[in-house]
Design a protein around this ligand. Structure first.
Ligand SMILES: NC(=O)c1ccc[n+]([C@@H]2O[C@H](COP(=O)([O-])OP(=O)(O)OC[C@H]3O[C@@H](n4cnc5c(N)ncnc54)[C@H](OP(=O)(O)O)[C@@H]3O)[C@@H](O)[C@H]2O)c1
Length: 230
């Protein structure tokens, strides 16, 4: 599978790239082509050291638009600020057949605590007044093949390949086939378990778990947290 990780120069996208490179062809995307290539080279060295001869995938780098254009799955690993502008800019390169994965968490800091900050949209009748990042992406791309996932996976642990991720990845989306494909990708990362939580309109619930976890971490002086449903 060819997977573009837009903003893959950040910790979160880098972690996904390293985890998937054993069996998939990864294209690290960046606003800057040279930066994308430099990060891809760095990740490739780490992945080759870890997987050795068993590595069946690859990691290359390219500018975001080109990365999206050549890939079947496109992960939006970019900050929530400027998401609408970013999504509009990438729209011509994301055809309707591609699956788009959104781990994007709209988050604000309110004093020392964290809060969920969904998009307040005015003048749009097709969206709820407050929209999740995944709903915004779906609306701007005019695509149903958006899967909201990975919001509660801490980048620091994802990047450390020796860490066994015994967590659940809760997902939302409207397209059954897209959910199936992303579930498969989730299952290919150590102990992660994919769990479907409903259509894309429920994605606000998933995105809001992250500020909750960050507050639990803050007020209880804990390390990076994730979720497991029992
Ligand atoms: N960090 C976590 O633990 C974690 C966990 C779950 C979900 N997430 C979500 O995953 C996404 C990525 O997280 P991250 O921590 O890796 O983020 P990040 O480091 O802040 O940003 C990732 C990359 O996005 C690009 N970028 C920055 N500003 C941009 C803009 N205005 N337009 C387009 N691209 C821009 C940058 O790449 P270039 O400069 O190379 O273009 C940057 O390296 C976020 O939406 C976050 O909410 C993060």
């Amino acid at each position: 599978m060819k997977i573009a990780i837009l903003g893959g120069t950040g910790d979160f996208g880098g972690g996904l790239a390293l985890r998937w490179a054993s069996s998939h062809n990864i294209v690290i995307g960046s606003r800057d082509e040279e930066r994308a290539k430099a990060f891809a080279e760095k990740y490739k060295r780490v992945a080759e050291r870890l997987y050795g001869k068993e590595m069946e995938g690859s990691i290359i780098g390219d500018e975001n638009f080109q990365a999206a254009k050549v890939s079947e799955i496109v992960v939006f690993s970019v900050p929530y600020k400027n998401l609408i502008k970013f999504t509009r800019s990438i729209r011509p390169f994301i055809t309707k057949d591609k699956i788009v994965v959104s781990p994007v968490v709209p988050i604000d800091k309110d004093g020392e605590s964290f809060s969920y900050a969904p998009y307040l949209l005015s003048g749009s009748s097709n969206l709820p007044r407050y929209a999740s990042a995944a709903e915004v992406i779906s609306f701007e791309l005019k695509s149903k093949r958006i899967v909201a996932a990975f919001h509660t996976l801490p980048a620091k642990k994802l990047c450390r390949l020796e860490v066994d991720l015994d967590y659940d990845v809760i997902m939302a989306g409207d397209d059954t086939e897209a959910i199936k494909q992303v579930s498969k990708l989730v299952s290919q990362i150590s102990n992660l378990r994919p769990i479907y939580a409903g259509p894309l309109k429920t994605s606000k619930l998933l995105e809001s778990l992250t500020p909750m976890l960050l507050n639990v971490r803050l007020y209880n002086k804990m390390g990076d947290l994730s979720v497991k449903i029992v």
